[in-house]
Design a protein around this ligand. Structure first.
Ligand code: ATP
Ligand code: MG
Length: 572
């Protein structure tokens, strides 16, 4: 084999490990380390070895193709960002300690970019003057830095990672909506082309800001996000999902005070009374931004979602034990009957349909059963204040929500004028008036997506790459690479595949067959062409499909055409 462009495993730097690394908990982390795709440099910081780099580049190119096809323009912004820009946007403190900060020799402050809204807004503000230059969408594929409090799961939550981040600028909301829809569709194609089983879900805007946003989640048990979804198409992360709980009613004729000695939690209360937790009502007390006492009630089998509570109450800070005492409230036995006069009571929407509640009696060691809504207590406001969970009713169609776990691989946001207004980035609109840009932003976690693909595509033998992102599409495995006959056939097949434009790696190592099979399975090339002694005698080689494990003998002079056809059909 003389072709210098062909990758030979004897020369490839891809050290494989027999055992699972002890500090890796999930499949993608273990397998990427074991198969020699990545190596850890420090906590949450990785080197991509040759095989890993090839996959990363493939995913980058899928993203690039889809962005370019939408007319987005690729740029490259600096990773080092001047601190002043973060002061201008007002995010310097809000973003928190995740930002990696540093000073130059003149003591000017910088950070390593965790995201680039500030930089691009400053860029465009300087020179883009007229609505005639809009809309504009620019993106980059670049290393980002976030000093995550708990870097873990290898590439899934790292401190240095590769992201595609894009930003669009508009003169009207309609124009932003059009671009947002275009990016949304492009993101669906990116996920599909990477071979990911995914779901777009309603999401929280987090640090970035903006009202309309959607996350794309790769479905995987190892995912850090809890999702709810419904066959009707509704899907959301549990942070923002709007499902309605299904409380159950514990019916007694009249309100009754029950001694509940030693009962402090909902679980204890349910057990004590012999009823399901969904028949109890849980309370949480806090203050809103005006300092007013707010008491929240949710079904006992649900948690209060503090973000939602804050929105409903005009801010919500949980009371300290001392504050509770000062108000005469009893932790573990709080209820709506006999609350302080000035308490503002907010209850979860689903409790509206529950006429009688099982609640704390505002007295240590006592609860009420059958406390009647409207008779024994009042509610000032009904609101969505629960964290949704599987089994709740879909807010769209009322059917039962299902649960799944997901890895957030991408997110799209309508930012509006949050950054342009704060940073005074304006242009001349159609009416000849200065107006802040209306912006959108769109991020894909490129290195996280790589891990997500592995999380979804693996088996007990190793990684099973989809053809679209495989480091090589075919591994040719001569079992006697030193024997002339074997070497000649190998060369013929490899040259033929290369001529067809197929990406080939040759396992020319002088190793036992079992060792080679295990390594190639671990590395996960979609097709293997095995050249064994017996087959060669009969003029055949063995073609193995890594995903199905199926093997078949194929005539030597037919194998190139056959593999080329399979690979080309599987490319996306
Ligand atoms: P998360 O909620 O997981 O911390 P995020 O919502 O803060 O992520 P974005 O600001 O939306 O992240 O960044 C865009 C994309 O970058 C994310 O959808 C994700 O795929 C990727 N990403 C974010 N943080 C990390 C990280 N620590 N390691 C790897 N990829 C990341
Ligand atoms: Mg996000």
């Amino acid at each position: 084999m003389n072709n210098a462009n062909i990758t030979r495993m004897s020369a490839l730097y891809a050290p494989t490990l027999k055992e699972d690394p002890t500090d890796a908990e999930i499949a993608s982390h273990k397998l990427l380390l074991r198969a020699g795709f990545i190596r850890k440099t420090a906590a949450g910081i990785y080197t991509f070895l040759p095989l890993g780099k090839r996959v990363l580049t493939k995913i980058e190119n899928i993203v690039r193709e889809e962005m370019d096809a939408c007319g987005a323009q690729e740029i490259r912004m600096p990773m080092l960002q001047p601190e002043e820009l973060w002061q201008e946007s007002g995010r310097a403190d809000a973003y928190g300690p995740e930002r990696m900060r540093l000073n130059d020799r003149h003591d000017h402050e910088f950070c390593l970019g965790p995201t680039h809204e500030e930089l691009i807004t400053a860029l465009v503000r300087a020179e883009l003057r007229s609505y005639k230059q809009l809309p504009l969408n620019m993106y980059q594929i670049q290393t980002k830095f976030r000093d995550e409090i708990r870097p873990r799961f290898g590439l899934l939550r790292s401190r240095e990672f590769v992201m595609k981040d894009g930003y669009s600028f508009h003169d009207t909301q309609e124009s932003l909506q059009e671009e947002y829809d275009r990016m949304y569709a492009a993101y669906e194609r990116i996920c599909a082309r990477c071979g990911l089983e995914f779901r777009p879900v309603q999401a929280d805007a987090g640090q970035i800001g903006g009202a309309v946003t959607c996350e794309f989640h790769a479905l995987a048990e190892a995912g850090e996000s809890a999702l709810v979804y419904c066959d009707c198409g509704y899907a959301a992360s549990d942070e923002v999902g709007e499902g309605l709980a299904r409380p159950t009613v514990y019916d007694v004729p009249e309100m009754e005070k029950v001694a509940t000695p030693g009962v402090h939690t909902i679980a204890e209360l349910a057990e004590f009374l012999g009823i399901p937790e969904s028949s109890t009502v849980k309370a949480l007390s806090g203050k809103n931004d005006e300092g007013k006492l707010v008491v929240l009630f949710v079904p006992g089998d649900h948690e209060v979602n503090e973000e939602k509570a804050a929105r409903a109450a005009g801010g919500f800070t949980i009371l300290t034990d001392e504050d509770m005492e000062a108000y005469g409230l009893h932790k573990g036995s709080m209820g709506p009957v006999g609350l302080p006069e000035d308490a503002f009571v907010i209850a979860a929407n689903s409790l509206k349909a529950v006429p009688k509640w099982v609640v704390g009696a505002n007295e240590d060691g006592y609860h009420y059963v059958g406390a009647q809504l409207g008779k024994d207590f009042k509610v000032d406001q009904w609101a969505d204040i629960i964290t949704v969970k599987p089994g709740d009713c879909c807010p769209k169609c009322g059917m039962e929500l299902k649960g799944a776990r997901g890895i957030e691989v991408a997110q799209v946001f309508q930012l509006g004028d949050k950054y342009s207004r704060a940073m005074n980035a304006t242009f001349m609109n159609k009416d000849g008036k200065e107006q802040p840009f209306i912006m959108g932003c769109y991020g894909v976690g490129v290195s996280r997506s790589l891990a997500a693909v592995v999380e979804q595509h693996n088996d007990e033998h190793g990684i099973v790459w989809p053809v679209s992102v495989a480091p090589y599409e075919v591994a040719v495995i001569p079992l006697d690479p030193k024997k002339e006959e074997c070497a000649t056939v190998c060369e013929q097949i490899v040259d033929g595949l290369c001529a067809e434009g197929i990406e080939v790696v040759v396992d020319d190592r002088d190793e036992r067959p079992g060792f080679k099979f295990a390594d190639n399975d671990l590395m996960g090339f979609p097709y293997q062409v095995v050249l064994g002694k017996r087959g060669l005698k009969n003029g055949t080689v063995e073609l193995k499909d890594r995903a199905t494990g199926e093997r078949e003998d194929v005539a030597i002079d037919e194998v190139v055409a056959k593999v080329a056809e399979l690979v080309k059909a599987a490319r996306r």
